[in-house]
Write a protein that binds this ligand. Structure first.
Ligand SMILES: [Cu+2]
Length: 265
């Protein structure tokens, strides 16, 4: 009776895990498509989505094959009444070769597709019509619209909002005055670390109108979870209007790291 308890606990834990995994896939959030995958809101998004789906599919195929072999071995070679001890094998060269070659092949396939897509996605074409300097600091964001010479930093207690014109390629230049943060808009399927002393950059072309959520994706301290922002993808006319409003409010020029910190506190 007593020896059963750990098995029961393991079974309960597995059930809980499976339930949580299934529920996570049933999110009602409209930004998320099937099985919790975000619906891409950029021109570049589908490439990342198919890389992601391909990797999951490959993992699933390998998983089903391995589980199948496991179950077959357990059932077909289970110990029966009166069975003698099977012959004990050590150092099987064919099996050692299989253990080395099969994972190597899998890694090479994943590496090839990841490298191919990463090269395309992180390329800076500099053909973009505008660029935004994103300043992430403990614990909020400033958005400097570089060509327009206007900035937005939100107000204390209110999420800052990044405005972008639809169908226009934007270059994000990421800077931080303090620690490492990570600029992440799930609907863009793109995320990049913001490293103090460096100017990381990437480009995307938002192609869906709407409001999306963004967040810091690098644990950066006690109020990391407060580092939320909104992204509004609007028409060029609405965008120009918004920039004019920012300027009318006196939010001209740009906030450097130090001033962003003061303005946000
Ligand atoms: Cu952060």
């Amino acid at each position: 009776m007593k020896s059963n308890a750990p098995h029961k606990r393991t079974a309960t834990l597995s059930m809980t895990f499976v339930t949580v995994a299934l529920l996570a896939g049933c999110s009602n959030d409209s930004e998320y498509g099937r099985l919790g995958m975000p619906a891409p809101a950029t021109e570049e998004g589908p490439r990342i989505l198919s890389l992601w789906q391909g990797s999951w599919l490959a993992a699933m195929v390998v998983g089903v094959f391995v589980w199948g072999l496991l179950i077959w071995a357990i059932v077909a070679y289970r110990r029966r009444e009166g069975d003698p001890l099977p012959s004990q094998i050590r150092y099987s060269v064919p099996i050692e070769i299989l253990y080395t070659v099969a994972p190597l092949l899998m890694i090479l396939v994943l590496f090839y597709f990841t490298q191919r897509d990463q090269t395309i996605l992180t390329k800076i074409s500099n053909e973009q019509t505008h660029s935004v300097n994103v300043v992430g600091w403990r614990w909020s964001w400033a958005f400097n619209y570089e060509e327009e010479k206007a900035y937005d930093v939100g107000t204390p207690g209110e999420r800052p909002t990044l405005w972008l014109p639809v169908d226009e390629k934007v270059k994000f230049v990421l800077t931080s005055p303090d620690v490492i943060h990570s600029f992440w808009v799930p609907a863009f399927l793109m995320k990049m670390d913001i490293v103090p002393g460096r100017r990381n950059a990437f480009e995307v072309t938002p192609n869906k109108l709407g409001t999306f959520v963004g967040k810091c994706a690098e644990l950066c301290g006690v109020d990391h979870s407060r580092m939320l922002f909104n992204v509004k993808v609007v028409s060029r006319a609405d965008y120009d209007l918004h920039i004019a409003e920012l300027k009318a409010k006196g939010q001209q020029g740009s906030l450097d790291s130090g001033r962003a910190k003061v303005a946000g506190e």
